[in-house]
Design a protein around this ligand. Structure first.
Ligand SMILES: *Cc1c(COP(=O)(O)O)cnc(C)c1O
Length: 361
């Protein structure tokens, strides 16, 4: 067996020990005589899995008591609609910061449900940095203020959160959830598709402050109604059983093998630093994100020559470093170095890039 170093932006690598444990438990989960994929979601044994996954998420992320954790489906993209349907219920206004493609999609989707304002954008700079904010643009009566915390396609991250006063801050954390500690109490709602840092595709996590729950907009599909999902402990219907189980294993890995989110952050910073240090010293490669906005999860770079970029992607793939091609909308390269990417994977990638530089300069 040989495994590649997978730099995919998502779905992405899972920790090898998690995959091994899932393999061990594949045919017979803890003496139940069944795979987790096969068992009833209403069974006692499955209840143990989902309850523990939720408990661990609360523990590892230090989620305060007054927040609900929901395990949903539909990906982060479904939340682009669910957030306004559930939260745009008072003034029917919401402010959005456009820091990339996903936040722009979220903004466009929400426009169907109320009065949305783009209060800042970095589109003119191809989203190479977090937009500069002018607080005068913020609307104090908005039902919420939306940001995308880590911009997967461009490799940028918010290092300072916007000050929104009493307006609840809502963040898409799909590509940075569990990568470092996050002060949940600063947010009204957090959401994330699981396939970057938590589990296989199919699970969407929503963490919402209880006082924001209530009657959603008229016509909201039951499946998008947070209140219903919260009342039913994410079991209004069949939940994404297997991804929730893998989520539990990943949380055990973070807690027991890594040592928690502080340690996870140290490891992630170390990996990202290795790549950025190399990019800053390289004569061939250049980082795309502005320094003050650099993500520790997605590192974007170019050679400045599209043919050379293509050559790099081809040769790196052949050498076992896969999915380094940048997003189709921006080109260039992107190394997504989520939690499960071992330090050694980044060390070897940097060595490969050095060699490529030597041969192509
Ligand atoms: C991947 C991603 C999405 C899209 O997620 P889906 O689960 O595919 O809908 C949205 N936002 C961010 C920040 C992402 O990284």
């Amino acid at each position: 067996m040989s495994r590649v170093y997978n730099f995919s932006a998502g779905p992405s690598m899972l920790p090898e020990s998690v995959l091994r444990k899932a393999a061990d438990q594949m045919l017979d989960y803890e003496g139940s005589g069944q795979s987790v994929m096969e068992m009833s979601h209403r069974s006692k044994v499955y209840d143990g899995i989902i309850t523990e996954a939720q408990r661990l998420l609360r523990e590892v992320m230090e989620i305060p008591e007054n927040y609900k954790v929901l395990f949903l489906q539909g990906g982060a993209s479904t939340q682009f609609a669910a957030v306004p349907l559930n939260l745009m219920t008072k003034s029917h206004k919401a402010d959005y910061v456009l820091s990339g493609q996903f936040s722009t999609k979220a903004y466009k989707e929400a426009q169907q449900y109320g009065d949305c304002k783009a209060v800042a954008s970095s589109k003119e700079d191809t989203f190479s940095h977090i937009p500069v904010l002018d607080k005068k643009e913020f609307r104090p009566d908005a039902d919420y203020f939306h940001i995308c915390l880590n911009n997967t396609i461009y490799g940028t991250v918010w290092n300072t959160l916007p000050e929104t006063g009493n307006v609840p801050l809502v963040a898409d954390i799909s590509s940075c959830i569990l990568s470092r500690p996050i002060d949940v109490s600063k947010f009204g709602l957090l959401y994330a598709g699981a396939q970057k840092n938590v589990a296989p595709a199919g699970l969407t996590i929503v963490i919402v402050r209880e006082d924001l729950l209530g009657e959603p907009q008229k016509g909201t599909p039951t499946m998008l109604n947070y209140q219903v999902m919260a009342e039913n402990e994410s079991m209004y219907n069949t939940p994404p059983c297997y991804p929730i189980y893998i989520c539990k294993l990943v949380l055990e890995w973070i807690k027991d093998e890594i040592g928690g989110l502080k340690k996870m952050e140290e490891r992630n910073v170390k990996k990202a630093q290795m790549l950025y240090d190399f990019l800053d010293s390289s004569k061939l490669f250049k980082g795309c994100a502005q320094k003050d906005s650099r993500s520790i999860m997605n590192v974007t770079f170019v050679t400045g020559d599209a043919d050379l970029d293509a050559k790099f992607v081809k040769e790196s793939t052949a050498a076992g470093f896969v999915n380094l091609k940048g997003h189709r909308s921006v080109g260039g390269m992107r190394a997504s170095i989520y939690n499960a990417m071992p330090v050694e994977g980044v060390e070897k990638l940097v060595a490969f890039m050095k060699e490529f530089e030597k041969n192509n300069l």
